[in-house]
Design a protein around this ligand. Sequence first.
Ligand SMILES: [Zn+2]
Length: 561
Amino acid sequence: MHDLVIANATLIDGLGTPARRGSLAVSGGRIAAVGTDVGPARERVDGDGLALAPGIVDIHTHYDAQLTWDPYATPSTALGVTTVVIGNCGFTIAPCRPADRDLTLRNLTHVEGMSLEALRAGVRWDFESYPEFLTAMERRGVVPNVASFVGHSSVRTYVLGADATKRTATPGEIAEMRRIVLEALHAGAIGFATSTLEQHNGEHGVPMPSRLADRDELMALTGALGEADRGVFMLTKGMTSTVAWLEEVAAKTGRPVMIAAMFVDPGDPTRVFNELADIEGARRRGRELWAQVGCFPLGMEFTLRHPYPLEAFLAWRPAIEAGSEAAYRRVLADPSFRTRLKAEAAMPGVPNRFSDKTWPHLTVMEVVREDHRPLVGRTIAELAAERGQDPVDVFLDFGLDGELDAMFDCRLFNTDEDEVRRLLRHPHAAVALSDAGAHLSFLCDAGFGLHLFGHWVRERGDLTLEEAVRRVTHDVASAYRLVDRGRLAPGAWADLLLFDPRTVGRGPKRRVHDLPTGASRLDTPALGVHGVWVNGVRTVDERGVREECGRPGQVLRDFAR
Ligand SMILES: [Zn+2]
């Protein structure tokens, strides 16, 4: 007698096999049988008319802080995700000395898009070392499975303290960092993650610690992966990191290298395809490089008071450093500031950044002043053309005219879907980049898997459902060496998603206030999801997340070679 049978569903096994009608049985948290006659069970779910697939594996999340107060990794559980990987870009909360806790949160507040008050109120600091962090997470329990990177910025802060954001490391400090990375890998980290991306700044525009690392430090710390012969090197790439250098890391360590974030950039539309060609070359030479791609236009909502996408400009620095609103307004009004900004926006070849090609994709969403209402829905490019002015002037003048809190919607990358399709279908692409748990006030792409099935399969027909499922289950699970996950096969863990292919997708964005201290975040509801199971336990039913599901997730610590 099985624990559960999901009967008469369309089975999509995650391996790309053509869909077939059948049933699936679960016993002891694992898949016991798949076929037409799987035998009796204590519980039976009718899957008629629905598709049954492995649960979605989200390899790019930032739930490190949130999981200490929210075991559900909201909203990912509701959106069909059964495994999340945290610590991406090297932004983690462990290891962390008690004296550095506030510094760590101040660094996170910016990239996480979460208020410092919410983080201070929410994070439970029941650990100091990295092994203690994993054990504490296990003790608290999790709803989805969680695998965790050891993060460069945390390791650097642990060893260099406040100097982590100011200087390169000494050979002694590098050796100590390497020891900590090795300790984390042996304790069960899924790999080592870092960021060299210019937009990755902490409070007041201070660069995230990893951005201060020199080549010696990066080679030593990635070398720990080779020494341990386990783990993935995950990097969010800025201007200074080339694919050739990443191939060198893969060659030296013999480990997979996951390169984020590969977008089609309207400011330089051929770059991502050139980099993909470099990755193909590396693959031919036997190096396992992966391009991490996303299936959404990278969009953000922001205000001029908190203009995250603009902070990537070097010319924006005086605005970041302005100590008061009055000083900030003076900077925005300064003609020489604007001249430098215009020149930098027109500069080609700067990866993944706001540029002068962004103005047609920057839309006024909400205004403060009643008399500005007619501007809602207009783009800055349109207004600039109408007025015969430079978009920079139109944009900043509008903000200074009582609209520092006006909300803009900004589509930065992946705006041309015919180009994005080439990324999604690329054999060395890992489909992810949800950034779930981060940028909470700007975006919510945690529903990337449902969007892939709804938009790219059903609406656009660019992928078959079998291919799309494989992309966000088996492909990423095997890239990350997850054991017995990402497929419907006897013996695999019963991480399952039951959905209606005719309606699956993500619903419209909405703002909710469920963070500590009532802080807000953007959310998108799931469409067409009928059930989610983690290790055989149902975490979502037709009504949404089941509060009484317990903590069925595992903290994943053992990975295949
Ligand atoms: Zn990230």
